[in-house]
Design a protein around this ligand. Structure first.
Ligand code: AMP
Length: 309
C-alpha cells in the first residue's frame, strides 16, 4: 500500500498532473473536505475504475460557509484520511493551506454582503483581494440555496480552481449533494471545461442514514432521531411508486415525518430531477425528493430519485 504523494502547493500539484498526462495517463479527481467515510471512498473507487491515476483533494472551502455556519468546527482527521486514501490506491492528495488571497486573519475574515465568508475581500478594503467568482444562475437557486445563498458560488469557484490546478479528465461527485452535482455539471457544460463529471449513488450507514462527515457532530440522541429522514424518503418513494401521489402530499408527508422525528425542517421539495424545478404532476416524470433538516445545530441533507409511474 503505497502512500499517496501529498501536495500543499498549487505548482507542485499541477506539475504532478502534467507529468501524468505527459505519460499518457488519465486523471480521475475526487474533491472533498476531508473526514473521509465510505461515501467519499466510493468516489475514489469509481475514479480508480475509470481512470489511470486518482487524485483527491482535502480542503475545507471557506467561501461556501457563512459566518454563522460550522466552518470552525468542521471535523478534521488528516492522518486517518491519508491512510484511507493510501489503502484505496489514491496516487496524490492535494491539501492546500488556502486557495484564496487572504486579507487579515487566515481563519476566514469577515462576512460579505451575501453572508459568505470573506477571503481577502474587496469589501475589507484590500486591493489585493480575491474578487473573481463563478456562479450558475438558475440551478443554483432554490433547495439548498434558500437557506445558504452563498453556497453554490463558493462551490463553483473552488471547483473551478481545483479543476485548473489538478487538470483532471474526470471528476467524481456524490449524488447525496444532488443539487451540487447538477450545478457542477451545468458549469462544466456552459464553460466548456474539459472534465467529465460523474455522479455516484448515495452511500448509507446500515440503518439508512446517508453518510456524511457532519454525522460525527450529532449527539447520540440526534443520531438516532436523524433516521427519520431516510425513513421518510423511502416511504415517500414507495408511496409514489405504488399509488399515484401528488407532489404536495409527498412533500407534506416527508416534512411531517421529519418534524415528528425531532428534526427542524429546512426544506422538503419535490422537483424534476434534471431541472430541479418544483413538480405538481408526477406521472412519467423523473422525480427528486430533496430534504435538508437540522438535528441540533447539525444540518443534514438527503434525497431519493425515481421515475413516477
Ligand atoms: P464533502 O467532503 O462533504 O464535500 O463531500 C465530497 C464529495 O463526497 C462530494 O461529491 C459529496 O457529494 C460526496 N459524498 C459525501 N457523502 C456521500 C455519500 N454518503 N455518498 C456518496 N457520496 C458522498
Amino acid at each position: 500500500m503505497a502512500s499517496p504523494q501529498v501536495f500543499k502547493e498549487v505548482v507542485d500539484m499541477r506539475a504532478f498532473s502534467r507529468e501524468q498526462r505527459r505519460e499518457g495517463k488519465t486523471i480521475g479527481f475526487v474533491p472533498t473536505m476531508g473526514y473521509l467515510h465510505e461515501g467519499h471512498m466510493s468516489l475514489v473507487q469509481a475514479a480508480r475504475q475509470q481512470c489511470d491515476v486518482v487524485v483527491a483533494s482535502i480542503y475545507i472551502n471557506p467561501t461556501q460557509f457563512s459566518k454563522n455556519e460550522d466552518f470552525g468546527v468542521y471535523p478534521r482527521s488528516e492522518a486517518e484520511d491519508l491512510r484511507k486514501l493510501a489503502e484505496a490506491g489514491c496516487a496524490a492528495v492535494f491539501m492546500p493551506a488556502s486557495l484564496y488571497h487572504q486579507s487579515g486573519s487566515s481563519s476566514g475574515g469577515s462576512s460579505s454582503a451575501d453572508g459568505s465568508m470573506v477571503v481577502g475581500a474587496a469589501e475589507a478594503g484590500d486591493p489585493d483581494a480575491h474578487e473573481t467568482w463563478v456562479s450558475v444562475d438558475h440551478l443554483s437557486q432554490g433547495l439548498c440555496a434558500k437557506s445558504r445563498p452563498h453556497f453554490f458560488k463558493g462551490v463553483c469557484t473552488v471547483v473551478t480552481k481545483l479543476f485548473h490546478i489538478v487538470e483532471p479528465d474526470a471528476a467524481f461527485f456524490g449524488r447525496k449533494d444532488y443539487q451540487q452535482w447538477r450545478v457542477i455539471e451545468r458549469m462544466v457544460r456552459d464553460l466548456d471545461m474539459a472534465v467529465r463529471v460523474v455522479g455516484m449513488p448515495i452511500q448509507r450507514e446500515a440503518d439508512g442514514l446517508a453518510m456524511s462527515s457532519r454525522n460525527a457532530m450529532l449527539s447520540t440522541e440526534d443520531r438516532q432521531r436523524s433516521l427519520c429522514i431516510s425513513r421518510a424518503l423511502t416511504e415517500a418513494r414507495e408511496h409514489a411508486v405504488a399509488q399515484a401521489a401528488d407532489a404536495a402530499t409527498l412533500q407534506q408527508q416527508v416534512a411531517a415525518a421529519i418534524a415528528a422525528g425531532g428534526g427542524r425542517v429546512d426544506y422538503v421539495e419535490v422537483v424534476d430531477a434534471q431541472s430541479l424545478q418544483p413538480l405538481q404532476e408526477l406521472p412519467g416524470r423523473q422525480v427528486l425528493i430533496a430534504v435538508a433538516a437540522f438535528f441540533g445545530k447539525v444540518r443534514l441533507i438527503d434525497n431519493v430519485d425515481f421515475e413516477a409511474p
